[in-house]
Design a protein around this ligand. Sequence first.
Ligand code: AGP
Length: 608
Amino acid sequence: MCGIVGYVGQRAAEDVIIDGLRRLEYRGYDSAGIALFNEQELFVEKHAGRLSVLEGYLSANPHRDARLGIGHTRWATHGAPNDVNAHPHTGCTPRFAVVHNGIIENYNELRRELMARGHRFVTETDTEVLPHLLEEVYAGDLATAVFEVVAKLRGAYALAVVTSEDPNTVIAYRQDSPLIIGLGQGENFLASDIPALLPYTRQTVVLDDGDLAVLRSSGVSFYREGKEIEKDIFTVTWDEVAAEKAGFDHFMLKEIHEQPKALRDTLSGRILEQGTNLAEEIGLTSDMIKGINRVVVVACGTAYHAGLVGKTLIERLARIHVEVDYASEFRYRQPVLNPNDLVIIISQSGETADTLAALREAKRQGCTVVAITNVVGSSVSREGQHVLHTWAGPEIAVASTKAYTTQLAALTLMAIELGLGRKTLKVTRAQELLRGLREIPLQVGEIIAQAEKIKAVAEHVAKSEHVFFIGRGLDFNVALEGALKLKEISYIHAEAYAAGELKHGTLALITAGTPVICLFTQAELQEKMVSNVEVVRARGGYTVSISSCCADVTGTISDVEIRLPETDPLLAPMLSVVPLQLLAYYAAVTRGADVDKPRNLAKSVTVE
Ligand code: AGP
């Protein structure tokens, strides 16, 4: 996730900005930059790599007389992580400097229009359209110009803007990406997250969507739709560690709560009226899509579980045979691959050694490789021939949550694209799924709102040493993910089973009070599932249903029922996993486990 810091006041702006960006480092970034104004020159310095690289250049070329500036740490989305693509961005002339968090969905059309009017672009970023637009509309007042520019934008963006034509002003604008103002005495601050402000002030104003702030050393004024407004001042009471987690007790809980935004960002700009633009985005031609005779999905852990869901989605919608392989097994089974195979590599970090090795083996055998990853510039991202990024933002907790749900969103788009491309999926059915997909972020938020009920279940489950997760079809795939979540952070032994498989052995382990988490989202399988759960109940199992179908029954066969919002069965995994994430989280907290850094585990397994 990118970091933004801005300052105007009596101090050396670079000190405040660099210190602030360092306090946002935990959010993950791949480049950093700063714009400083000392009333003579608008100076911009930006480099790929860590903040220390930028500091090296600043100490060689200091601008300590600058009392105003903006800074940025970039988590690359559009454009590789390099010096040119780093923020701040300027236009044809160094009159405006802009830093930006978020995604400008319509940047391509804006860029084309600006180039047609003679503007010269030097970066691959969506952000660069902003200073060029400012050059066209600026007529002496920066706030007015920013309002005119944002009226042309679609997407999510938090902006900070300075101009060499106004040495006292920093403009901040927020749309769907956080920005917070820090109020000082004779100085004022802005940042994308509270930790950057804490050494200087705890008096803050949180901007809402559509808010613009004008920061000067004398004070800050706020506007919306061009009119001045009043904003409440919020006194921050968090300590710095709590602030990094935005007030949540753990990164994992913060990241579970970030899923609505992560899903919105991942879907942003990829859903069209008649389908998706995925093939164009990742460079799959129509002939390539028609020529696929098999799909092989390769991943590890949670990403593997996402791949299992992807198998069903692609087989149902594109009618292509799909195999799913553990990356650690794939290479060693000497897979028989051919050029008509589409190999889908899934990796949140993009650095998992086994998964990267599988990608290289698939390329060696001449397959078409699509990489689904959350980290731009990662090895998987660089070596994948066709890359589909999830926009979940950095995932800090070892237990993967928002990466999983955004991988499912990406795989759903992929399955729809393949189905439409091979004419196995009607446009009307695709539109129905896409309408459902648009609803998912909101519905995930509705489930998170049930956290207290899920927490109560977790506190009961936390007393057990063995927990089972059962489901059929896609519910079984999600049960596997739920079991992994619980065991990896609470250290409770958990197993997932295809519900129909229980009677072939595992049922022997179900005794009075054994918790069994039952997933009910696949209506076509509900009757079988009900009888499987009744068998568990007859042995005294403690059944918890996570359900969005057969409401008339699940209540009678469950000790506890967590109802999910209604959605298409193919989209249900993005919803049914959320209670399982929260269940694992609260069980781990109840047992006093180290939730964000569970024993023996690493966030990215870069060794085989
Ligand atoms: C998931 O909660 C685990 N932390 C782990 O299984 C993880 O999903 C696996 O190591 C794969 O990581 P990747 O997606 O970064 O390749």
